[in-house]
Design a protein around this ligand. Structure first.
Ligand code: KMH
Ligand code: ZN
Length: 277
């Protein structure tokens, strides 16, 4: 088994700054968070950005500034979210790829998302996948339900491997409408991942109360970790999360206990087929 790639997902599109003051929403807050999480052991950052009023945005200028700012401040692999918020139009989500990230997310199907719907039509998925191939962007295939792994198998069979030739998926578990954040569901996914191209890697994140079971199950089955305030706002019963660094530090501690210490960003680039900097 390799070391553990730790992704920090610091912001997301769902929480409001007024409700969660520690959420990084400005570029300055994001770069400070990124630097501190890198120092602790993160190697990838999954990025959603906000506007001047801290609302989710896919503004192209801001996306470009964010990619440039994070690359200047850290060695982290910059992965832009193409998921955005449930309200973002497909055209804006596709245009995220124009901002020049090294990686971008690519969700493998439509899922109920609380009271909303996170829409990912087949043609849209194909558009993301093929544009990323053309532009040299490495996808992280986001999986919200078991059957989406079968859709990924179909996508790769019809349209070929992603840029770099390596397949990496992220299991997003515990969204109301998707698969549960349990060890059992993670093991079911891990079995299904065996049907994907040899060497496929996965990371996993459990939303809310799924955080700890998913993290422990992922480490036990050779998976990697995504943590951060996009997914987790309660550290322990009755204790709100204080910062993204607190969540990364906990993940690093578990990875070390599992004798799979965090990878460096350079090692993560090599594992994922992201060109070295
Ligand atoms: N905000 C969710 C609707 C992604 O980043 O690619 C979608 C999401 C997935 O967070
Ligand atoms: Zn996201």
């Amino acid at each position: 088994m390799t070391g553990t790639m730790i992704t920090v997902a610091p912001t997301g599109a769902e929480s409001k700054k007024v409700d969660v003051p520690a959420l990084p929403v400005t570029l300055a807050e994001l770069t400070t968070t990124a630097r501190e999480c890198e120092a602790l052991g993160a190697s990838i950052i999954h990025v959603h950005i906000r506007d001047d009023d801290a609302r989710p945005t896919l503004d192209q200028g801001r996306l470009r500034d964010t990619v440039a700012g994070l690359r200047e401040a850290t060695e982290l692999i910059v992965q832009l979210s193409s998921g955005g918020s449930v309200h973002d139009p497909e055209a804006d989500r596709l245009a995220v790829l124009d901002a020049g990230p090294e990686m971008a997310s690519c969700t493998m199907g439509t899922v109920n998302f609380g009271d909303d719907v996170f829409l990912n039509r087949w043609e849209f998925i194909v558009g993301l996948h093929t544009r990323m191939q053309e532009r040299g962007i490495v996808p992280e295939y986001e999986i919200f339900d078991l059957g989406q792994l079968t859709s990924l198998q179909r996508l790769l069979g019809k349209y070929g491997l992603p840029f770099g030739g390596h397949v990496h998926v992220d299991l997003v578990m515990g969204v109301p409408g998707g698969m549960p954040g349990t060890a059992g569901a993670l093991v079911a996914c891990e079995q299904a991942i065996r049907d994907l191209p040899e060497g496929t890697t996965f990371s996993a994140t459990g939303i809310g109360r799924g955080t700890l079971p998913v993290m422990l199950a992922s480490l036990a089955t050779g998976g990697h970790l995504r943590v951060g305030m996009e997914d987790t706002l309660t550290y322990a019963k009755g204790r709100p999360v204080e910062s993204n660094m607190q969540l990364v530090a906990r993940a690093v501690g578990f990875a070390q206990l599992a004798q799979r210490p965090p990878t460096t960003p350079a090692q993560a680039r090599e594992l994922l087929g992201v060109p070295a900097r």
